[in-house]
Design a protein around this ligand. Structure first.
Ligand SMILES: O=C[C@H](O)[C@@H](O)CC(=O)C(=O)O
Ligand SMILES: [Zn+2]
Length: 275
């Protein structure tokens, strides 16, 4: 079987407060992605966002029927985005081939049909329910919206590349992109924020094997941490902050689903409010 799907239920912040490390990881940390010749999906009950991976090596991988969605085809009532974190490869959707380089994103609209992933791509999968069909589109790095943030003195100089963003590519509710650091900068999203209107998921990648990112979550006055290795993901509930510091440089893909697609709609948490 080349498709493995796991379900994560949504939990409330009071329940999350009482969890130990293992419990927090069971609910919010996602390991085991990027297994060769498999499609792995995590169906979350946070805005029904699905995240996962497809790593075709010896053969093409096809994403079509996923029992958890209750529809004959995966994209019948959903939209998706695929980020290639591997070498240049091909994704075929509805008979059309898209050559997708490293760091590029393919947006696929509702109803586009089965998706075929070809080697040597290493694909991060994101999908959310959709209510209409937006055009399928390959987005190159230079087409993404660039937002420069932070400073070297605060170890958080970084560029946010926004791919699924209203100014770049139309979607129903998926907003996504990735953030890359300048050498010596390791802090993402500090000071942090919440956005109760949208959940978020992070995938940490381009992190050296022996390095880790300390990812922070929880309500602003009840913070917890999760230790993340390369190519591991974390689910951020709408009530949670999401930020992190690495022991070395890394890149992370952020993705959101929910009530709006306004990237700047955040409730900033001043550092003095954190506990
Ligand atoms: O809601 C937005 C997300 O948390 C991320 O885009 C933040 C981020 O990439 C960063 O500050 O580096
Ligand atoms: Zn956020």
């Amino acid at each position: 079987m080349t498709l493995k799907t796991e379900t994560r239920h949504a939990i409330d912040p009071e329940t999350a407060r009482g969890l130990d490390t293992e419990g927090l990881r069971r609910h919010f940390h996602v390991g085991g992605l990027f297994t060769p010749d498999e499609i792995r999906l995590v169906y979350t009950h946070y805005d029904r966002l699905i995240l996962g991976s497809a790593v075709p090596v010896a053969r093409d991988l096809v994403l079509d029927h996923v029992r958890e969605t209750g529809t004959p085809g995966f994209l019948d009532r959903r939209e998706a985005a695929f980020l290639n974190i591997g070498d240049a490869a091909r994704i075929t959707v509805g008979g059309k081939a898209h050559d997708i380089g490293r760091g590029e994103v393919l947006y696929v609209g509702m109803g586009a049909g089965p998706i075929t992933f070809s080697a040597p791509g290493r694909f991060y999968i994101l999908s959310a329910p959709a209510h209409r069909s937006c055009p399928t589109r390959l987005i190159r790095r230079e087409q993404a919206r660039r937002v420069e943030m932070g400073a070297a003195e605060t170890c958080n100089q970084r560029v946010i590349l926004q791919f699924l963003h209203p100014d770049v590519c139309e979607s129903c509710q998926l907003l996504m992109g990735y953030t890359q650091f300048s050498p010596g900068s390791i802090w993402n999203t500090m000071p942090p924020h919440t956005h109760d209107r949208r959940m978020e998921a992070y995938l940490y990648f381009d992190l050296a094997e022996e390095q880790r990112v300390f990812h922070f979550m929880g309500q602003p006055r009840q913070t917890r941490h999760l230790i993340m290795a390369n190519e591991e993901a974390v689910i951020s509930p709408p009530w949670s902050i999401h930020c992190g510091a690495g022991t070395a440089a890394y890149t992370f893909c952020w993705a959101m689903a929910g009530d709006n697609v306004d990237f700047t709609d955040m409730d900033m948490v001043p550092m003095e409010a954190l506990r």
